[in-house]
Design a binder for this molecule. Structure first.
Ligand code: PGA
Length: 248
């Protein structure tokens, strides 16, 4: 996968009718030159994989259980996501941390399980508004990066996503200096943790990325792409974000 990546997180949106969006995306970007990942609800992964075929769009899950199988009603394992056609999985999203009480330790175990199943990991980190106001942003992000990354993570199977919780779904976006500061800190952590290979790990920004702000965000230092929620649900808007990334 190229270093520049546009990833779409569909969250709990989309049914069979939404597969038409994938057809439109494939038609619009037959040879994108940037990485495209769509993370639909798990119910759509298999059908979406059939639609994607050999087109250059990767599919991902939105979370996974740490165990390979077992008595965990309602959960899905990394191996099951891979079996359905996923090559990636989002882990550590703030909606999982908040709604499902997923701690750094849980996310670390999920990351190990995902790697064991051969999935690449999109690892999300980010502060709440209260943490930013208290001047704790870099402490929080550092703790999350250090706590969620296994020592033996393969850097080529890792994508980082900085998603300030207060920017998700709110239309509020940090300014360029704020994004550059956190992305620079994540880059430094990756280099110290993973050595030179840490310099190659893509760092995506996520939180209210839209067609009209994408180019500005992609011009910020250490921003390698975006993890997009709402604007990834429709091919028309996600396509504009992909185009902005291609020319960044
Ligand atoms: P948003 O979501 O683009 O709708 O703000 C981003 C995310 O949660 O990944």
């Amino acid at each position: 996968m190229p270093r520049k990546i546009a990833a779409g997180n569909w969250k709990m949106h989309g049914d069979g009718a939404a597969l038409a969006e994938i057809d439109a995306l494939i038609a619009a970007h037959p040879d994108p030159g940037v990485g495209i990942v769509i993370c639909p609800p798990a119910t759509l992964i298999h059908r979406m994989a059939e639609r994607v075929g050999n087109a250059p769009i990767a599919l991902g899950g939105q979370s996974c259980h740490a165990a390979r199988s077992g008595a965990h009603t309602g959960d899905i394992s990394a191996a099951m996501l891979a079996d359905a056609g996923a090559s990636h999985v989002i882990l550590g999203h703030s909606e999982r941390r908040i709604d499902h009480g997923e701690t750094d330790a849980v996310i670390l175990a999920q990351t190990q399980s995902a790697r064991g199943a051969g999935l690449s990991v999109i690892l999300c980190v980010g502060e709440t508004a209260a943490q930013r106001d208290a001047g704790m942003t870099l402490d929080v992000v550092t703790r999350q990066v250090m706590g969620c990354l296994p020592d033996d993570i393969d850097p080529s199977a890792l994508i980082m996503a900085y998603e300030p919780v207060w920017a998700i779904g709110t239309g509020r976006v940090p300014d360029g200096d704020q994004i550059a500061q956190v992305h620079g800190a994540i880059r430094a952590l990756l280099l110290s943790r993973l050595g030179l290979a840490g310099g190659q790990v893509p760092i995506l920004y996520g939180g209210s990325v839209k067609p009209d702000n994408a180019a500005t965000i992609f011009a910020i230092a250490d921003v390698d792409g975006a993890l997009v929620g709402g604007a990834a649900l429709k091919a028309a808007s996600f396509s504009q974000i992909i185009t902005a990334l291609q020319s960044a």
